[in-house]
Design a binder for this molecule. Structure first.
Ligand SMILES: [Zn+2]
Ligand SMILES: [Zn+2]
Length: 341
């Protein structure tokens, strides 16, 4: 069955993001998809016939070819070649865990440093078969990432309610935050705001080189905070990719994971290929200490929502049982765990 031009362009953007193509190329396809959505079908057809699609904003040679081929009822060649390169999961060895996952607890929209609107992230999460997705845009102190203050977060919560109202109930966009862990271990958002959310991921993004004792105190304090549900990318390491290599923060992992186990906080297995955080030996340590886990994408673009394959492959190979992974749980069980009492 032939795809509509809009769907073909979206699908190409998804596959490019999934394969970690440069943002410039992805933007061309997302921009052209938007233009198609904003253009009357009759105008699109007459322009395709006249060869003037390229006069529309954001439509270039490659995207015009996709639109023309889709309108002609053909499967666009560019999409075809991408699909051939994208067969199968992104990583092998995690298929059972991946099949057990019902959602993802860590993702960003263009409200902070993500590349796409919330609605596009939602459409893609639904297409991936998720029951829920937690939107976790950044907290105010992370200014480089356009972190949300209380007023903007309050507005975002209204948008989430409106989106959920338009869905049929089989998928829920959950309210969340990736809240910065401040130097003293407190969280970068008011307790009142945190209380209004469904799930809170606490992450260290600053002073990653703090001395070991201070960093341990800081992380333990964040984990002890009753609002914290997930400890995000705990070592801060970067092993690959555009942002270069970064070593791990120095902290007493035994003490931090003991606090996670005691306070029912999940240790995040961050699926981003450039993070692979925590490293294997720390996942094994957290497993021994009885911690819960959440396997998250930390997606900043829709195609990255498929990164779960990477985290699942690592977790399954290290023997993490599905029952200990909170995002294998049904939505209501997840919500009861994240909001006890
Ligand atoms: Zn983060
Ligand atoms: Zn994040």
């Amino acid at each position: 069955m032939a795809l509509e031009p809009f769907d073909a362009l979206r699908r190409i953007a998804f596959l490019l993001e999934r394969s970690r193509a440069g943002t410039y190329r992805v933007k061309a396809f997302r921009g052209a998809a938007q233009t198609v959505a904003d253009t009357e079908p009759d105008e699109l057809r007459s322009r395709a016939e006249a060869g003037t699609l390229g006069d529309l904003p954001g439509v270039g040679k490659a995207t015009a070819a996709v639109i023309e081929q889709a309108l002609a009822g053909e499967h666009p060649a560019y999409l075809q070649s991408l699909e051939e390169k994208s067969r199968g999961p992104l990583a092998t060895g995690g298929e059972e865990l991946r099949a057990a996952l019902r959602g993802d607890l860590h993702s960003h929209s263009d409200w902070s440093d993500g590349g796409s609107p919330i609605e596009e992230m939602v459409m893609t999460a639904i297409e991936l078969g998720h029951d829920y997705q937690v939107l976790t845009d950044h907290s105010p102190r992370l200014k480089v990432a356009n972190g949300l203050d209380s007023a903007r977060l309050t507005r975002q919560l209204g948008v989430i309610d409106a989106i959920n109202k338009h869905l049929d109930g089989s998928f829920t966009l959950l309210k969340g935050i990736e809240v910065d862990v401040l130097d003293d271990g407190s969280l970068d958002q008011t307790d009142d705001m945190l209380a209004r959310l469904d799930v809170r991921v606490a992450s260290v993004h600053s002073k990653l080189k703090m001395a070991k004792a201070a960093m341990t105190r800081r992380m333990v304090a964040a984990v002890q905070n009753p609002r914290t549900n997930v400890l995000g990318h705990c070592t801060g390491q970067l092993v690959d990719g555009e942002r270069g290599i970064r070593g791990r923060s120095d902290f007493d992992a035994g003490a931090v994971f003991a606090a996670c186990a005691e306070h029912d906080v999940a240790v995040e297995i961050n699926s981003r290929p450039e993070r692979r955080d925590p490293p294997d030996e720390l996942i094994s340590l957290a497993l021994e200490q009885g911690c819960l886990f959440s396997i998250d994408t930390d997606a900043h673009a829709p195609g990255q929502l498929d990164f779960l394959d990477y985290g699942c492959a690592r977790a399954q190979q290290l023997g993490v049982p599905a029952e200990r992974v909170v995002n294998t749980w049904e939505r209501d069980r997840l919500l009861a765990w994240a909001n006890p009492g």
